[in-house]
Design a protein around this ligand. Structure first.
Ligand code: HEM
Ligand code: HEM
Length: 179
């Protein structure tokens, strides 16, 4: 059976593990830990540095995707299943990019800036409090949050699709695994 390229498989699992960390860390730092505590500061530091790492991995993944061949969709899929699978995979490229971009904007608007394990990253947006009556930091924080949880829902559907195919006797996991 055909598989995704080795680089696509490595990047898929490395990024999936990093996203899992980002959801847990993002939720913990905004909701569970005390405001202005050392733990909150450390979680923000790790969240933003891992976000920058994910942007780098995302760029590598897009290059790997366009330069290597991809296995054809499962023969057994119906037309609408193929379309849904294609749209789902597309969303799993678009959402991470949008989430990182908006997270970056939020950090720049608020004047905190983006750092990668202590190294300052380029400032892509000005430090700015309001535009057309909107508080930019709060608005981008809300968009970041809703996009992050929307992506989580798409990933749950993605996993459900893998399980559904398995139950129907098609081992799609093999296409993305190493054994
Ligand atoms: C460079 C990339 C990123 C930056 C700069 C960034 C920045 C931030 C910041 C500043 C917050 C705090 C928002 C607030 O004050 O309410 C936050 C929250 C959060 N981020 Fe990120 N983020 C990035 C990437 C990601 C990614 C890739 C994910 C997951 C897919 C993610 C998931 C979350 C979640 C779940 C929260 C908590 C939302 C809530 O429940 O309030 N972030 N992020
Ligand atoms: C944050 C988590 C995840 C993200 C963002 C993600 C994203 C993606 C994307 C974008 C593709 C399409 C690859 C391409 O065409 O270039 C894909 C394929 C795949 N993923 Fe995930 N994935 C995640 C988690 C998982 C998990 C937990 C499983 C295991 C159940 C899984 C199993 C698969 C499989 C089997 C394929 C190949 C589907 C096919 O046959 O075409 N993924 N994933």
């Amino acid at each position: 059976m055909e598989r995704y390229s080795f680089s696509a498989r490595v990047l898929h699992w490395l990024m999936a593990a990093s996203f899992l960390f980002m959801w847990v860390c993002g939720y913990a730092m905004t909701t569970l830990v005390a405001d202005d505590s050392a733990l909150e500061e450390m979680l923000f530091f790790l969240h933003i540095s891992t976000g920058v790492t994910l942007l780098f991995l995302f760029c590598l993944r897009v290059v790997a995707r366009v330069t290597s061949s991809v296995p054809a969709p499962l023969e057994a899929l119906t037309g609408w299943e193929k379309t849904l699978s294609h749209l789902g995979h597309l969303a799993l490229y678009a959402l991470p990019f949008a989430i990182i971009f908006i997270g970056w904007a939020e950090s720049d608007f608020g004047g905190h800036g983006v750092t990668f394990f202590g190294l300052s990253m380029p400032k892509l947006f000005p430090t700015m409090e309001t535009l057309w009556g909107f508080n930019l930091e709060t608005t981008t924080a809300n968009i970041h949050k809703w996009l992050a949880y929307t992506m989580l829902a798409v990933v749950v559907a993605h996993i459900a699709a893998v399980v559904k195919h398995r139950v129907e006797g098609h081992d799609v996991l093999h296409r993305m695994s190493f054994k």
